[in-house]
Design a protein around this ligand. Sequence first.
Ligand code: GLN
Length: 501
Amino acid sequence: MPDTSSTLQADPSNARWDRSFFGHPRGLSTLFFTEMWERSSYYGMRALLILFMVAPVAKGGLGFPTSKAGAIYGLYTAIAYLAALPGGWIADRIMGQRRAVLYGGICITIGEFCMATPGMVPFYLGLATIAAGTGLLKPNVSTMVGNLYSKEDARRDGAFSIFYMGINIGALVAPLVCGFLAGETHWRNGFLAAGIGMAFGVAQYALSGKYLGQIGLTNVGTAQDRLLFKKVLIGSAALILLTIALSVSGILNVTAERISDVFGTALLLVVVVFFGWLLTSKEYSRQERSRFWVILVLFLAASLFWSAFEQAGSTLNLFAERNTNLRAWDVKALGENGHFLASYYQSFNSMFMVFGLAPFFAWLWVKLGRKNPSSTAKFSIGLLFAGLGFAVLIPIANSTNVSPWWLTLTYLLHTIGELCLSPVGLSAMTKLAPARAIGLIMGTWFLATSVGNFIGGRLASLYESFPLPLLFGLVAGFCFLLSLVLLFMIRPMKKLSEGIN
Ligand code: GLN
C-alpha cells in the first residue's frame, strides 16, 4: 500500500484543505509563529535603537548626536521596508518564498547577534544584515499566507486577521522583554534577546515547514534573472565592504546625515519614476491605469500616515525618554527601583490593537454593512487620527516631566488611525491591482512604509534644533490637510476605481 499520509503531505491542496489551526490550514500556524518571532525581533530591537544611539558612552550607548541618530534610524527602517521590493523579486525569480523566508530569518538572527557585539563595524553590519533579512522574510511570509487559500476560499480575510494578530503579539511582548533586559545601560542584552527570538522563529519555521505542503517551493526565474541576481549580489557585497572601510576610517561617522540626504533624494526619484512608468505604461489597459491613479493617491496618503505613525520608534520614543515623567508609573514588580522605561511605550500600539481595538474594528466594519465607508473615506479618518495623536501633544510639547497619560493617548489615537488605514490599504491594493502585477503593487505598499519611516527618522533629527510644538503642529497640520483633501476625493476616487472601492 502506498503511504497516503506522505503523498497527501506533499500535495499543495492538502495544505489548503486542512482545518486544524482554528479552522485554518496548519500551515497558517507555521507562518503565524514565524511572523510573530520576526516582528518581535524587529520591534524589540527597534524599541532600543534610537535610545541606544543617543545614550552617552558612559551609559553603554554610542553617544551619537540626535541628528545623526535620527538619520541612521530613518535610513535603517526605510531600507528594511524598501528591501521588500527586491525580496519579493528574489523569491519569485530565484529561490521561491520558502527558502527566501528561511534565509531572511537566518540573516536577521546573525544581524541581531552582530548588534549585540561591541564595536562600530558590527553595529552597521548588523543593521544592514537585519534590513536585508527583513526584505527577504516580510513580504514573502505574507504571500505564502495568501497562497494557502484558493481564490474562492472565504477563509482568506480571516487568515490575514489572525496573521495580523501574530504580528502584534510579537510587537507587544518584545519591547517589554528587550526593554527590561536592556534597562538604561545594558543595551546589547536587548539586541541579544531579539536575536534569540528570531533564532526560535527560524527553528520553528524549519521544523514545521512540512505543513506548508508544496507552497512557496517554486520560482518562475530564467537564466537571465539568475545572472542579474549574481551581479547584484557581488555589487552589494562590494558596497558592504566599502561601507565597512568607510566606517572604520571614521568617514561614515561624519556623513550619516549626508548619506541620508542622498538616500532621501533617491527614494523620491524611485517613487516619481515608478509611478510615472506605471501611469503611462502601455502594458496596462486604460481601466487598469485609472486604478493606478487611485493607488497613487492612497500611496501618498499612506506615506504621510506612516511618516506620523512610525515616529513611535523615533521622535515619540525620545519624547518618552526626555519629556515624560516615567517615574510616575512605578513598577514595583521589577525590583526596588523598578520603574517604567521609555521602550515599554513601544508595546502600547500592539496592546491597544490586541486587547480591544482590532476585534472592535472587525466587528464595526461588518456591522456597518452597506454603510461601510469607502477606502478613501477610511484613509481620511486614518489621517485625522494620526494628526490628532500629534495635536494633543502640542500644548505640553515644551514641558518636561509630563504625565505618561499624554503619550498613552497619542498611541491610542494612532492605533485607531492604523486600523482605519493599514488593513484597508492592504485589501485595497489586492483589489485594485491587475492579477499579473499583484507582487509589484504589494511592493508599492511597503514603499509607502519605507517613505514614512524615512521621514519619521528625519523628523527625529530635528528634535533638538526645532521647536517641538511647531514640529508636532506641522505633522498634525499636514495630516489634517490631506485628510480634508481626501474627503473631497471620495467621489472621484470611486469613479476612477469603477465600483471596486
Ligand atoms: N505593524 C505592521 C507590521 O509590522 C504594519 C507596519 C507598517 O506597514 N508600517 O507589519
